[in-house]
Design a protein around this ligand. Sequence first.
Ligand code: ZN
Length: 140
Amino acid sequence: MEVMLLESVAGPGNSPFGTSPGEVWESLQEEREEVNRELLSEGRLSQCDAGRLLESEASEEYTRAIRWRNRSQLQARLKDITDAQDRLIEGRYGRCAECAQEIESKRLKAEPAAALCIGCERSVAEERALEKLFGTGSVH
Ligand SMILES: [Zn+2]
């Protein structure tokens, strides 16, 4: 199924960002497989780690926190990649999901799964940092 998609995506052949959609798809696909592998091996690793760390409950707690962060980061990454592939299929790839401006091609080359332009990415990062500092909706 993905092979067929790739063909239709690669069809038009010209793109505003120097790389063909097919190439973008390939690099996204590669990264997706890598993240998938990490997710799987991470699951195995954390099981041995848990066994090894049983001696110290405090550090077990700590590893669990780290493990969860890694896992959710990997899952978030996987979602970014899948979203980027969806955008590629729908022809929305390369545009900022926030302000609809074209994302800089340099940025896309470095980060094929980027959904936001630099400007929006920054403001989202700032928002998240603020949420971390003050909590979300905890005022009520
Ligand atoms: Zn933007």
